[in-house]
Design a binder for this molecule. Structure first.
Ligand SMILES: [Zn+2]
Length: 448
């Protein structure tokens, strides 16, 4: 079926209340309160159960120029400054990979580095989409942004903040330093701190730093710019395909990317964009989400399959060991926004979706398959997503003739590095030894 050409609808425009206000609102999903955006707000001010604020745009879907996230500036929470050109991924129809999986219409959204395909994310990860959008949302003269990361997010912020001269503190585990090598030169305004521990230790320290005067937590999934920046991958894919896919497949750690894709799809439908083939009926034409975690540490899969209110994660050596053995370290978020309003459980329910687990061997095999068939390396998390898609197709949950969008959230890094001079080792400004409290470490970092 050929999709009808999309014509932007004239959505009712809500004029900003006062001149200078941004042309969108932040909306609380719990109490429905709306906020003018100051570029920093992460939560609703009312005391109620947690929920993820979402943006409400008065603007129609009107893609601009370029291929990066700012092509979709119409649906990004920006401060109104001129936007940089930006860099983005690419969507293509993967016929050979589709044949391997028994799928007639498989599309890949490749959020990595593959210039021949038009994917120009230098760090090889979709986290660059969110970093670019987060910086574009900041007010004039922002506080120092504090970002905790398992590696990819730090690489993305290191690159974006260095290019745009935005002050930030990046906190990563020691083991994540090699992941920063692709990010390019680090400007003086970007401070890099490592902790002798894992991602959770990095988060604790970042929280303590963000509580100091003049500092502000970037906010992770709670930051609307992060989600809407990630959501541009779905907007770009839908624009390329000409309609929404029947299925959207992605690996999840926090689930921010999946929440973003779901929200972007909802927004497109509301704007009159073509739904997936034959999906416009009872289920509202939203792509069905197939989300995947990596078995050594798959807390959301267990919560979903057992119908629990919250993932049971626990603490102690057993959890650390499970995390350490995971093939996809970037999926080992311990506090995913699962049960919050607008979170992972809600988007799965709303889309008729599913959460699957793939073990390390399945993920490694999937990564090799992609490299063999498509000719490029993909990140461990993307390999987990492909392994999940393989299982869903084999089980008949995804049928051969349905349109499937696989989001490869990272790739091309090894190919990009091959044949080049190895990048110089990345050195942090400060290494925090094991055993130091987060408070004491935050003092060392900020000097206050
Ligand atoms: Zn509220």
């Amino acid at each position: 079926m050929t999709a009808a050409p999309y014509v932007p609808s004239a959505r009712p425009a809500t004029a900003p209340a006062t001149p200078g206000d941004r042309p969108y609102l932040l909306r609380c999903p719990v109490c429905r309160e709306g906020y003018q955006d100051d570029g920093l707000r992460l939560d609703c001010a009312a005391a109620h159960r947690p929920g993820l604020l979402s943006t409400e745009y008065a603007t129609a879907f009107a893609p601009g120029a370029g291929t990066g996230p700012f092509r979709y500036g119409c649906w990004l929470p920006t401060a109104g400054r001129p936007l940089p050109e930006g860099s983005g991924g690419a969507t293509y129809r993967a016929e050979r990979l589709g044949r391997e999986l028994g799928l007639d219409e498989l599309w890949v959204a490749f959020s990595g580095h593959w210039p021949e395909r038009g994917a120009t994310l230098a760090t090889g990860s979709f986290k660059e989409l969110e970093a670019q959008a987060v910086l574009a949302r900041l007010p004039e003269r922002p506080p120092v942004l504090v970002v905790a990361s398992a590696g990819n997010t730090a690489a993305a912020f290191l690159r974006a903040c260095s290019q745009q001269r935005v002050a930030c503190v990046l906190v990563v585990p020691d083991t994540a330093l090699p992941a920063l090598a692709t990010a390019g030169e680090r400007a003086d305004c970007v401070r890099l701190v490592t902790v002798a521990g894992d991602y959770t230790d990095a988060i604790e320290l970042a929280d303590a730093i963000a509580a100091r005067p003049g500092h502000q937590a970037e906010g992770g999934t709670r930051n609307v710019a992060r989600r809407d920046g990630l959501g541009t991958a779905l907007l770009a894919a839908a624009e390329t395909i000409g309609r929404l896919p029947d299925h959207y497949v992605q690996a999840v750690g926090s689930g921010a990317g999946a929440i973003a894709a779901h929200q972007a799809a909802r927004r497109l439908l509301a704007a009159g964009f073509p739904a997936a083939n034959g999906r416009a009926g009872a289920d509202r034409g939203l792509p069905r989400l197939t989300l995947c975690q990596n078995t050594p540490f798959a807390p959301m899969v267990r919560a979903w399959q057992d119908g629990l209110a919250e993932p049971v994660i626990g603490s102690g050596p057993a959890v650390r060991e499970a995390i350490a053995t995971a093939h996809a370290q970037e999926l080992t978020t311990r506090k995913p926004p699962y049960a919050v309003a607008g979170g992972v459980r809600e988007i799965l329910t709303e889309s008729g979706g599913e959460l699957l687990a793939a073990d390390n061997a399945e993920a490694v095999a999937a990564g090799l398959l992609f490299a063999e068939v498509e000719g490029i390396d993909i990140a461990p998390a993307a390999a987990v997503a492909l392994a999940g898609l393989r299982k869903a197709a084999a089980a008949g949950r995804i049928r051969p003739r349905e349109t499937v969008l696989l989001h490869v959230t990272g790739g091309g890094r090894a190919r990009h590095a091959a044949g080049r001079r190895p990048a110089a080792p990345v050195r942090p400004d400060l290494r925090i030894p094991a055993g130091l409290s987060a408070e004491a470490a935050a003092y060392l970092v900020t000097g206050a």
